[in-house]
Design a protein around this ligand. Sequence first.
Ligand SMILES: *Cc1c(COP(=O)(O)O)cnc(C)c1O
Length: 408
Amino acid sequence: MTDRIDRNVASGKELKGVSLGGPVSGPVSSVPMLDVGRGNGPLKQEFMAAIERVIDSGRFLHGPEVGELERTVNEVCGTAHAIGCASGSDALLLALMAIDIEPGDEVIVPSFTFFATASAVSRLGAEPVFVDIDPLTYNMDPVSLEQSITSRTRAIIPVHLFGQCAAMDKICEIANKHDLVVIEDAAQAIGAAWDDRPAGAWGQMGCLSFYPTKNLGGMGDGGMLVCQDEALASKIRLLASHGMQPRYYHKLVGINSRLDTIQAAILGVKMAHLESYAQARGAHAQRYKELFEAGRMTDIVQLPMKHPKGKHVWNQYGIRVPFGRRDALKAHLQQRGIGCEIYYPVPLHMQECFSDLGYSVGCLPHTEAAAREILHLPVYPELTEGEQDAVVEGIEAFYMSGAFRRAA
Ligand SMILES: *Cc1c(COP(=O)(O)O)cnc(C)c1O
């Protein structure tokens, strides 16, 4: 993978289109949707040294690297407590367990999100209540949220989708008014902020994921919960270790969910680069905008909105492709070797496993339109300008070619 970058840099060809002084690259034959090797490659010596330290220490669980990562995550999130766990999905489950969510309870979640946001609710026998999104930010619509509150509502899980925070000021205001717990699903948004307050610091709890595609991506699974309240933090820690305290005495029926020391050591190495990764992603988003505007494409596809109140960390860059052309454009790009993906093609309220909840087509129109029209383009930090040009040219070519007319 580093091979490809070296070749591109070595060719040193002049760039077409806008140049913002990033890495120089030559003509591109294919663009991966994500290439984790490019980020990890340059850090390999540091990873190996960190892993070796853990091997030598023999402390594969509860090693000092876990506590170290928890401290740095607290700094990033502006929180007082952080608890490592096995995945972002487990973080959501533990957050709901910590507030004793049980059958009969309702938890309000967006339908336009990854499955884990809602499955954690169902796992505990409670009911996920799906609400619609703001069509511009793709995040939970506070109006739809407030309309969905009932006497059984216990909590709200706003998701900071694609790296941009939900409207946390409004959501927390509604939650306070109705005495509801807010659990932030910040799996895609470590380092993001809303009104200068970091993702994870708004709700009673915040949930992070270190899945390899996330902004702080590990080499396997990992997750973390953040919160401000000490008693809540202790309960989460207890729940994540079988509710056991002291050893072999179980206060609660918990689960086993830990962040491995090796994983924490690896993440500690990457943590030093978190902000530069977010800045590189942001620069790509800005350059996409300039390229699409220069090609007069912005009347044809809709670019993602960066809300002025937020700090966006661009975990994903999604354009809207209207008039039923999305799948044809995706096929066209893939044929040209240009990676692209749909997050998410089927809204959660339309999933087979939730069919008994009684939602039907048309219930959440903004969510359903987004699922039909969104297409995500490569935006990882190491993406080159040449590759970005190829992505934009591929989209322009679609609209100028027979592929577009055939789809029309
Ligand atoms: C990735 C993700 C999760 C789950 O994280 P895992 O670490 O993969 O379990 C939850 N919610 C959202 C929005 C995610 O993107």
